[in-house]
Design a protein around this ligand. Structure first.
Ligand SMILES: [Zn+2]
Length: 423
């Protein structure tokens, strides 16, 4: 059975429902429910509003109005798996639930989403929590400035220049009022913006009953607008390179700053076959890793990320290293980018990465949370329903060596934006 094969239907209440029945000894008596709200950070009037609202349920909701009550429910009914998360494009609430307590759990989910407690006290308390979270997440203030500058260079005045931190910046947080949260909820948290995903010991008929029970007497409203779609290719960045000295910017001694960073970014139009970029990213990752580690004996930390947003995909690579090897690493990576096709052993590496991609997807098999997350991201980011494992593997199989080389030569190498961050 294909792990990603969902059955999609519409419950009598009008909410789209997506069901993956998994009946194994491990899933007996359990299900994961994930509620997708098509309203995310892109709808913020003040950056951070959607994220702030998502936080409020932890302070209390109808029927469980104190933080202690909430903790009790989360630890018991929701087996400590309850969480909310805000993306640029949308919001999710999810939990793993024992079917014997499903009705109580649905009542709670209903109240969490539609009836959080909006008291001035809990608002102020939660503002403190989010302030800490931003402080931890954003870290060094230079990172914010550099990222803002880089995004301006690449995206110009586009909406993408402003959406890099879904939680907003600290200065935004102080501008958000309790009324803004209420307004956001009233406008966007209603049935016409929702879809529900189920996986586990549940069939389609039962899932629809659960959806109807969750939706009973819930607010309705106008569908919120989706992210703007940019039909044309992304322009070349206005500046190809950004060089920043952190110590200069922060006004501190160079010796306090221990590492350098090479960051490469290229936004792309939405690709026909995203697996081409996935495989290319994996290849570059390994080549860069080999380079920094074995040839230059540098301390390293490399992340590559292929991000998919509503209307585009993007390639990102960051390499953190000892400052003295930055220029060397950069020139070697430039060589890889400019003469990619002729990299030694590339064909073999390509075949290996392709096989690896296939296996990675296959391993997601029986984990209920992973299966629902796959469905969630498909529904959030694509408009073609939920891809099955067979369909994904077919896409992977279709990727040729030539596709990967062409993507690099025609789209990435000539237009990538290079960031050099030095002490
Ligand atoms: Zn948060």
């Amino acid at each position: 059975m294909d792990p990603f094969k969902f059955i999609s239907t519409t419950a009598p209440c009008g909410v789209p429902v997506h069901v993956r029945t998994v009946r194994t000894p491990q899933t007996k008596g359990w299900l994961v429910i994930k509620i997708l709200i098509h309203a995310g950070a892109y709808l913020d009037q003040i950056p951070g509003t959607a994220h702030f609202l998502e936080h409020m349920h932890g302070r209390g909701f109808r029927g469980h109005e104190t933080a202690e009550d909430v903790q009790e429910v989360y630890n018991g009914l929701f087996t400590r798996t309850m969480c909310g998360y805000v993306f640029t494009e949308g919001t999710k609430f999810q939990a793993k639930i024992k079917i014997e307590s499903i009705w109580d759990a649905l009542d709670c989910l209903h109240n969490i989403i539609f009836y959080p407690i909006f008291s001035q006290d809990s608002f102020i308390m939660e503002k403190g929590v989010i302030g800490q979270e931003l402080w931890k997440h954003l870290g060094n203030p230079i990172n914010i400035k550099v990222t803002q500058q880089m995004l301006q260079d690449i995206y110009g005045d586009s909406i993408w220049s402003n959406l890099f931190i879904t939680g907003g910046l600290p200065e935004d947080l102080s501008r958000i009022s309790l009324d803004d949260l209420v307004a956001f909820k009233d406008q966007h948290y209603h049935l016409q913006n929702m879809e529900i995903i189920f996986a586990g010991d549940v069939g389609v008929k039962k899932a629809c009953q659960y959806a109807d029970y969750f939706a009973k007497d819930a607010p309705t409203g106008e569908k919120s607008s989706r992210m703007p779609v940019m039909k044309d290719s992304w322009p070349a960045p206005s500046r190809r390179e950004l060089r920043i000295s952190v110590s200069e910017k922060l006004g501190v001694s160079k010796s306090h700053i221990k590492s350098s960073l090479l960051g490469i970014r290229r936004p792309l139009p939405k690709l026909q076959n995203i697996e081409v970029l996935n495989i290319l990213g994996n290849i570059i990752n390994e080549l860069t890793f080999g380079l920094v580690r074995t040839e230059l004996a540098g301390s390293y930390s490399i992340t590559h990320k292929v991000s998919i947003n509503f209307d585009h995909t993007a390639f990102r690579l960051s390499v953190v290293m000892r400052p003295d090897i930055l220029e060397k690493v950069s020139s070697e990576v430039q060589k890889i980018f400019n003469d990619f096709r002729n990299t030694e052993g590339l064909r073999l590496l390509f075949e290996r990465k392709k096989q690896l991609s296939r296996n990675e997807y296959a391993m997601k098999d029986c984990n209920l949370l992973a299966v629902t997350e796959h469905a969630f991201l498909n529904l959030l980011l694509f408009d073609q329903g939920i891809a099955t494992l067979a369909e994904i593997q077919e896409q992977i199989d279709l990727v040729t060596f030539e596709d990967v080389c062409e993507l690099m030569e025609q789209e990435i190498a000539p237009y990538a934006h290079w960031l050099y961050q030095t002490p």
